[in-house]
Design a binder for this molecule. Structure first.
Ligand SMILES: [Zn+2]
Length: 246
């Protein structure tokens, strides 16, 4: 009797928490309606994603969610130049699980006839600071803010994203980019800044930047968040913040 009562209250608490999270987020009406119509199924999927995220890959970083200057991942590993994956210069590094995912994906691309070029990976706060200041000198503050991240607001500081190819819009026309569009999600990678979502992500479309989140999180992003990575991260971030709703 007591157990049944406790289970019932725990369930209610989670529903209250879910509604509180949805009330605070923008998302879209469609996404919210889907979740509110099937909260049990959603929470089951969410539990699986959070349980699978043992490497703590799901961290929201954007213009409103800023990393401290002292933040650096502790599991960075060097990225090697190989036959199946080229680097544009020495000195690249990524978080270990991200690098493992990247190697698997690039081997699959190579098997299909494409050699991926790695152009940018982990960037420290200090590196981003220097980059941003250089851009401001050339392009001015307003223009720079649209395509480059202020220090602390770049996903590169997390060590979980990769810039592929020439890091220009023309990359989208290449076979390598088309392969990524078609296949990256099969290997746990999501496009950070999709076309048409500048208002949501805070950054203009970047066909070259992919973020590793793992297969479970990709499945959740596709099923519940319109396949938009920013929405998934905003949700997870708020869910973790509101862990005790009265
Ligand atoms: Zn990038």
């Amino acid at each position: 009797m007591i157990n049944a009562f406790m289970v019932c209250c725990k369930k209610d608490e989670r529903l209250v928490r879910l509604n509180a999270v949805l009330d605070r987020l923008v998302l879209t009406d469609e996404i919210k309606a889907d979740i509110r119509t099937n909260p049990k199924e959603f929470l089951t999927d969410l539990d699986e994603v959070l349980a699978a995220d043992t490497d703590d890959l799901l961290i929201l970083v954007d213009k409103k969610h800023v990393l401290p200057s002292t933040y650096a991942p502790t599991d960075l590993v060097p990225v090697e130049n190989t036959s199946y994956m080229k680097t544009n210069r020495p000195g690249h590094s990524l978080r270990k699980p991200v690098y493992e995912g990247l190697k698997t994906m690039c081997k699959a691309a190579k098997a299909d006839g494409y050699t991926m070029l790695i152009s940018s990976t982990y960037r420290s706060y200090q590196y981003q600071d220097g980059l941003y200041k250089r851009y401001i000198k050339i392009y001015g503050e307003e223009a720079t803010a649209k395509f480059s991240a202020k220090p602390g607001t770049s996903q590169h500081q997390l060590g979980v994203v990769i810039d592929f190819g020439n890091v220009e819009d023309s990359f989208a026309e290449t076979d390598e980019s088309k392969w990524l569009e078609e296949n990256a999600e099969k290997y746990g990678f999501a496009l950070s800044f999709p076309k048409g979502y500048e208002d949501v992500t805070g950054f203009k479309w970047e066909c070259w930047q992919y973020r590793y989140i793992g297969l479970q999180a990709i499945a959740m992003q596709r099923k519940w968040f319109g396949d938009i990575n920013q929405y998934l991260h905003e949700f997870v971030d708020m869910w973790k913040k509101i862990d005790n709703v009265q």
